[in-house]
Design a protein around this ligand. Structure first.
Ligand code: SAM
Length: 335
């Protein structure tokens, strides 16, 4: 089998598939309240096109993990069918989804039955009022229901992604961890990255991994002896707590900006309109949709995907004076 290798010896085995650039929330660090100019429908890959690309990635390019994201992947109509098609592949990839959780309480069982293994749910606050302020939608209770529904359906471990912002929710780190521990969810804090559509990210305003860990000091976190491998999160053990499976409870911090892990990156990304991105911060993309729609065989598509990954840069370069934020915002790349 061929693999998705790059010039620095990394091999991508983890595919992030964005299923739509649309979202039913308007998180202030992601997109403006009025939304964005959405991708025209005809530019979006059809369900069959997405499934074909996932098949090529798994069967011909060594991809072992597929994560569906967006935008909000739960609003993609064909989601269950896309998951079922991916679950039928050999070798069977691990399948997960990153979602805001809205509607997950209703969908979790069907997604599990289709073959989904796990979910990451984004939750930045425990306060419904703050949630409304932050996301411009009054859906906090729906997210909590979604988390509970995922756990009930066995889409475990249920992970929570949290972005902290200074003066907005950075006082909530200990309470969010307590909430996760009490419910058997695994919490991961993610440093805010320069990927907002508004281009308002400010390094000096960002809550750093160091600050997050300092605010969790009362928990007496201990270093985790389990190797991080290619996972973006550094994890710590939370003494006195166990997770839903009875293992020592952990909390993660994804220090994408201040503690980059590009040297271990094993990710390749596919946008909802069929562009391969070899990095979240890539400024160029490789068009697979054009190849699909001009009737090219799988082998040509696989070759183009390999070429796209070969050009991956050593690091995201956020600290370089020449750093340019990608034109696509996070919601259109797929987080
Ligand atoms: N709608 C889904 C969700 O809410 O999880 C999937 C897409 S969302 C873009 C994926 C993740 O990216 C979320 O956890 C969100 O908080 C995070 N995110 C969005 N913009 C970000 C930014 N500028 N920096 C860091 N994380 C960001």
């Amino acid at each position: 089998m061929s693999v998705l290798a790059d010039r620095f010896g990394r091999v991508a085995t983890d595919l992030r598939v964005s299923l739509t650039d649309r979202c039913n929330l308007r998180c202030s660090y992601c997109m403006p309240e009025e939304g964005l100019a959405w991708m025209p429908r005809e530019q979006q890959l059809t369900d069959d096109e997405v499934s074909r690309l996932i098949r090529i990635a798994v069967e011909q390019l060594g991809v072992t993990d597929v994560r569906f994201t967006g935008g909000e992947p739960l609003i993609r109509r064909g989601l269950t069918g896309i998951i079922a098609a991916a679950a039928a592949l050999e070798p069977r990839p691990k399948l997960s989804i990153t979602t805001n959780g809205i509607g997950l309480d209703r969908l979790a069982g069907a997604l599990r039955d289709a073959g989904l293994n796990r979910v990451n749910v984004s939750l930045d606050t425990l306060s419904p009022a703050r949630f409304l302020e932050l996301t411009h939608r009054d859906r906090h209770a729906d997210v909590l229901k979604g988390l509970a529904g995922a756990a009930r359906a066995g889409l475990t471990p249920v992970k929570i992604n949290t972005v902290l912002m200074r003066g907005v929710n950075d006082d909530e780190a200990p309470a969010l961890l307590r909430f996760a521990l009490d419910h058997g969810y695994q919490l991961r804090f993610i440093e805010q990255m320069p990927l907002d559509a508004q281009h308002q990210w400010d390094r000096h305003e960002m809550v750093t991994a160091e600050a997050i860990l300092a605010s969790l000091e009362p928990y007496g976190l201990l270093p985790d002896s389990v190797s991080r491998g290619t996972a973006p999160a550094e994890t710590w053990l939370v003494p006195g707590y166990v997770d839903a499976a009875g293992n020592p409870a952990r909390v993660g911090v994804i220090g994408s900006v201040t503690r980059p892990f590009c040297g271990d990156c094993d990710r390749t990304r596919l946008t909802a309109d069929g562009q391969v991105r070899n990095c979240l911060f890539a400024t160029d993309e490789s068009d697979l949709r054009g190849l699909l729609r001009s009737g090219r065989p799988d082998a040509d598509i696989a070759k183009a995907w390999q070429a796209a990954m070969w050009g991956k840069r050593a690091g995201h370069g956020i600290d370089d004076p020449s750093f340019l934020q990608p034109v696509r915002p996070m919601s259109a790349i797929g987080g």
